[in-house]
Design a protein around this ligand. Structure first.
Ligand SMILES: [Zn+2]
Length: 65
């Protein structure tokens, strides 16, 4: 019985660790950018941009097309 509890606790810890690692990378600016929308019209700059979204934290950035 005691072993089962220990195992469960270990699994939970690993999951938390993995998530923390991703957040740390994002916090340092190493986002996992993926193209979200290509050639979207950005009203602010009045130009066509490509929207990138981070697969981990959901942050967004736009680059000029
Ligand atoms: Zn990120």
């Amino acid at each position: 019985m005691g072993d089962v509890v220990k195992l469960k606790a270990g699994l939970r810890k690993d999951k938390r660790k993995a998530r923390a690692k991703g957040r740390t990378l994002c916090g340092r600016g190493f986002h996992k950018w993926e193209i979200w929308q290509k050639k979207q019209f950005d009203v602010k700059s009045g130009r066509l941009v490509t929207v990138h979204k981070c697969a981990r934290c959901g942050a967004q950035k736009t680059t000029l097309t």
